[in-house]
Each structure stands twice: as C-alpha cells, then as structure tokens.
Design a protein around this ligand. Structure first.
Ligand code: BV8
Length: 250
C-alpha cells in the first residue's frame, strides 16, 4: 500500500496546524531575521529585539520598529499567506501558529491564528500595561508615549522574555493533537517555537517542511519541499482547492 501523500493526509485530517516564520513574508518584501537582508544600520535583529536594548536606548529600538512598520505598511500578503488562509477554510479544525509580528497573515484572511511573538501593530504602556492597536505610520514621536505620559513598547516578545502563557499553551495543545503539521519559512532555531514540530511528530503528526533551504527540522520532517513558499504552497495545496473530482490523486 502506497504511503498516503501530504494532500491525502490533509484531506483526511481532523486537525491541521501550520507553523510559520519570517520566510513566509520574504516574497512580500519583508526582510527575514537571519537572512542576508536581516540587518538594519549594521545591527542584528537579535541585538535589538531584547529588553536590555530597549532599556539602554528606547529611541534606537523604536527607530528599528518604525522602519519595519513603514516598510510593512507598503507590503501585501503573498501567495504563501493566501494559500494558508485558503487552507484554513477547508479544514475542520485548523490553527495557524506564527512567529511573525508583521500582521500579513491576518491581512490575507487568516483568522484562526496565534501570534506567538506578538505584533508590531500593537503597543503596550510600560506604566499601565494596557495594550492598544496602533497603525500610525509614521508614529507621532520616537519613542512614542502613552496618553498617561509613560513610554510605550512594541507588543512583541523579545529574546529572553517569556511568551504569553495563553499563546504558548494553545500552540502546545495544537501541536500535541494535530494530524498534520505544515512548517513554512522558519530556520527552526528560535525556542520554544522550534520545538513545536518535534512535539507534533512525537504525538504522531505528519510533519511537512516548506523552506528555501534545509534546517535542523529537515532531518525529522516526513516531507521537505525546498523552494520559495509563495511558489511551493500554491502547488502543494492548489489541488486541495479544486473539487476532488477534478484532481488526479497522486
Ligand atoms: C524564552 C519578536 C524563556 C520580536 C522574536 C531553549 C529553550 C528556551 C529558550 C531558549 C533556548 N535556547 C535559547 C533560548 C533563548 C531564545 C532563543 O531561542 N534564541 C535563539 C536565537 C537560539 N528564546 C527566547 O528568548 C524566547 N523566550 O525562551 O523565554 C523564559 C521563560 C520564562 C521567563 C523568562 C524567559 C523568545 C523568543 C522570541 C523572540 N522574538 N520576534 C520581533 O520580531 O521584533 S523571534 C524572531 O525570530 C522572529 O519572530 C522570527 O520569526 C523568529 C524566528 O526566526 P525565523 O522566523 O525562523 O526567521 P529566520 O530569518 O531565522 O529564518 C527564515 C527562514 O525562511 C530561513 O530558513 C530561510 O531559508 C527561509 N526563507 C527565506 N525566504 C523564503 C524562505 N522560505 C520559504 N520561502 C521563502 N521565500
């Protein structure tokens, strides 16, 4: 008996989970974290995305976020984001877990999603802890302030900070109970997100990786598709979108 393909498994799956990283937004023109395009004014993202960097120089860190917000505001979701949003509509139980903070999945129509690392379109008051959506481009001042007069920070998870308990619990629960996990555009280096595919696999999920290059996950995945997510995903999921009668089951 031939091993069921990814498509057959998705068709038969009760619960599908998708985990994405910066690579899913690359074809929208958003720099990835560790790619050659990941530098800003010679700073590495990892050096700026920390509470220490913010405490030391909130203006510099906000200039980096302002630069990203301005860039992302001019970008649109690409076919990879759209294919994932289409998949959500066709699966009984679906969860998209994203490490990205750019908001492009939501723009593409994804609704059942967890933003593990927060969003750069939300800000959090350092005094009150209140979180508000902020789509202002450009920001009124750098660094921006709350109406109460205190500094605000981006509502994202920095290195060395704990992930929101609700978000990581939801992600672990989904990874432990899914039938298929599709991992797209992540170097699989950042924890605890990078552990999710292994948790899925340990609980019997069929794990498929779509990435430009091999990652530490590649050796463990059941299928690896190396290429651009905006090209691979529509091909991989495209026949799911057509009625069953029109597609030849490979
Ligand atoms: C925490 C928000 C504990 C900010 C980000 C072991 C266990 C636990 C923690 C650790 C551990 N080891 C180390 C740690 C600490 C650290 C960590 O993992 N460090 C790494 C660098 C080793 N983890 C943490 O600090 C986490 N916190 O563990 O807290 C704790 C507990 C209790 C109390 C206190 C503390 C917090 C991690 C979250 C950090 N915040 N972002 C912001 O964005 O401004 S992470 C950042 O990296 C982004 O979110 C990004 O999405 C994420 C992961 O990177 P990728 O998405 O994978 O992006 P990358 O550029 O690396 O790769 C892109 C891939 O796409 C590449 O493979 C490329 O080939 C591919 N690609 C490119 N183009 C395409 C493509 N693929 C397809 N198509 C294309 N077109």
């Amino acid at each position: 008996m031939r091993t069921p393909s990814f498509l057959q498994r998705v068709r038969e799956a009760r619960r599908v989970v998708v985990l994405t990283g910066a690579g899913v937004s690359a074809e929208s023109g958003v720099p990835t974290f560790r790619g050659t395009d990941g530098l800003w004014r010679h700073h590495r993202a990892e050096d700026l995305a920390t509470p220490e960097a913010f405490a030391r120089d909130p203006r510099l860190v906000w200039e980096w976020y302002e630069w990203r917000r301005r860039l992302i505001a001019t970008r649109r979701p690409n076919p990879a984001h759209e294919a994932i949003a289409d998949l959500e509509a066709r699966v009984q139980e679906f969860l998209l877990i994203t490490q990205n903070v750019d908001g492009l999945h939501r723009q593409a129509g994804s609704r059942r999603l967890v933003e593990l690392h927060g969003s750069l379109w939300r800000v959090r008051c350092l005094a009150e802890g209140t979180v508000t959506e902020n789509l202002e481009v450009p920001l009124p001042s750098l660094p921006p302030y709350c109406a109460c007069g205190a500094l605000v920070r981006p509502d994202v998870v920095w290195f060395g900070e704990a992930l929101p308990p609700g978000a990581i619990r939801q992600a672990y629960d989904a990874a432990e109970s899914c039938d298929v996990m599709l991992v797209v555009g992540t170097s699989a280096l950042v924890q605890p997100a990078a552990a999710l595919p292994m948790i899925g696999k340990a609980h019997g999920a069929y794990v498929v990786e779509v990435n430009l290059e091999p990652t530490p996950l590649s050796a463990f995945a059941d299928e690896c598709h190396h290429g651009k997510a905006g090209e691979v995903l529509p091909q991989l999921l495209g026949s799911l979108m057509r009625p069953r009668s029109l597609t030849h089951n490979p």
